[in-house]
Design a protein around this ligand. Structure first.
Ligand code: HEC
Length: 211
């Protein structure tokens, strides 16, 4: 009985001490978080430059393609897994699709810091694209779906990813949307959201809109 009482008191005390110290810790956590965010921006910018120069031809503009029809979709990988995979190709210990040698050639001149940058960029890029696509889906569902008369999924899968990319590259994206939904006037300012949305759910994307 007494024993129980003491144990209860002890755990309350520990709880209290725990709370107190975490208040102090928060200040330093915030400032180190700020530094981390800043570093992340630097890593992101470096990763973006390398990715566009050396990786996107095979892995796709948003890292969303199976490279040469073989690799996993690296936009879906976790940051730590991305970085680890690059290290492993460099040290010749990864070969999931028989193309490890080819990937070794891509990363063998890159440093550890550059691997980190690429990991940060590819991971954050995918998060951004998801957010844009989510907004685009909402805009379509709320503002256009009824007057167009086409479900979100049918709308996005009117074209394949490379067909959508082409309309974006040639500046005809909004015109193409009008062809698909003649009764609708699409706002130019929604373009980037709608594009991210249809691209993500394009006919050959393997993704299906959950309504
Ligand atoms: C010439 C085409 C090509 C280029 C350029 C290329 N890759 Fe790859 N990548 C591949 C192939 C093919 C694989 C699958 C390798 C295997 O068999 O394990 C792959 C695999 C990967 C994987 C692991 C995914 C998996 O399937 O396990 C990562 C991460 C990766 N590449 C990142 C990059 C980065 C970062 C760059 C730029 C520095 C890059 N790749 C450049 C073709 C390419």
């Amino acid at each position: 009985m007494y024993m129980k009482y003491y144990m209860f008191n002890l755990s309350m005390l520990l709880l209290f001490v725990g709370c107190g110290s975490s208040v102090n810790r928060n200040d330093t956590e915030i400032s180190s978080q700020e530094t981390a965010n800043k570093n992340r921006q630097v890593f992101y910018a470096q990763g973006e430059a390398i990715f566009k120069d050396k990786c996107k031809a095979c892995h796709g503009n948003y890292a969303e393609k199976k490279a040469l029809g073989k690799s996993d979709v690296i936009a879906k990988m976790k940051e730590t897994d991305l970085i680890e995979a690059m290290h492993d190709y460099k040290s010749d210990t990864r070969n999931n699709y028989g193309m490890g040698g080819l990937m070794k050639g891509q990363v063998s001149t890159l440093s550890n810091e550059e691997f980190t940058s690429l990991g940060v960029y590819i991971y954050d890029l995918n998060k951004e694209r998801l957010t844009l696509a989510g907004k685009g889906h909402k805009l379509y569902a709320i503002k256009y779906e009824e007057s167009c008369g086409m479900s979100s999924n049918d709308f996005a899968s009117q074209k394949s990813q490379s067909e959508w990319t082409k309309t974006n590259d040639t500046g005809t994206f909004i015109d193409e949307l009008k062809e698909i939904c003649p009764n609708v006037t699409f706002k130019k300012s929604y373009e980037q959201y709608l594009y991210a949305f249809v691209y993500r759910y394009a006919s050959d994307s393997g993704n299906i809109v959950s309504e």
